[in-house]
Design a protein around this ligand. Structure first.
Ligand code: FMN
Length: 202
């Protein structure tokens, strides 16, 4: 079959995307609002961009009223955020933090998520994550206006936290030790299972 995005509703085409671009890593993004209240929310439209300069991106869509989500509003107000990668042990807390809370109420406090100070930026990282990228805002690209309109946030990585306990015999964080979860379609998630290797051609 062929699908023409122009003939589908935004909602329906979004559902095709989330069911087919899988697995998606999850950026669990911690920010502070202008008065210093912490915020935490997951985003699976998330990718590394490049190492020169060290950059990553994620995509907080506008909410159903066409307003920026708290995460985007906070990043535009403060210029800083932390992308935490989610281990299986924290998957349920991550999911809980996707709830819409009144602006100014912290998901850390409401869902009892422990935090610890970041090295360079003001927003804290989530305690217990194997990996956390501290970022300063590079740029935001707004692709449209209104409900569910796409936005991309690009962050310059200024510090990388790695849990030493994940480091394996080859000196890299082990896939099993990090135990990261990824998002699939609907309510489904994936956890690293079978792993295989391939040498790259010259
Ligand atoms: C696993 C997962 C992935 C999500 N990915 C996205 C995403 O890529 N973009 C988005 O706008 N919302 C995404 N959401 C929904 C947001 O987490 C949700 O709207 C949240 O309330 C935003 O919080 P904020 O208003 O504090 O920024 C996702 C939710 C979950 C559970």
């Amino acid at each position: 079959m062929r699908l023409d995005p122009g003939t589908l509703s935004v909602r329906d085409f979004y559902r095709w995307m989330i069911h087919t671009v899988v697995p998606r890593p999850i950026a669990w993004v911690s920010t502070l609002d202008a008065s210093g209240v912490p915020n935490l929310a997951p985003f699976s439209f998330f990718a590394p961009v490049g190492a020169n300069p060290p950059t990553l991106m994620f995509c907080p869509a506008n909410d159903r009223f066409g307003r920026p989500k708290d995460t985007l509003a906070n990043i535009e107000a403060t210029g800083e955020f932390v992308v935490n990668l989610v281990p299986f042990a924290l998957a349920e807390k991550m999911n809980a933090t996707s709830a819409t809370l009144p602006r100014g109420e912290s998901e850390f406090a409401r869902f009892d998520v422990a935090s610890e100070a970041s090295a360079v930026v003001k927003p804290a990282r989530v305690k217990g994550v194997p990996i956390a990228y501290e970022c300063r805002l590079d740029r935001v690209i707004r692709f449209a206006e209104g409900p569910a309109a796409a936005n991309a946030v690009f962050g310059r990585i200024v510090s990388l936290h790695v849990d030493d306990a994940t480091i394996g015999p080859d000196a890299w964080p082990g896939i099993a030790a990090m135990d990261l979860v990824a998002r699939a379609g609907g309510e489904f998630y994936m956890r690293s299972g079978e792993v295989f290797a391939m040498e790259r051609p010259e």
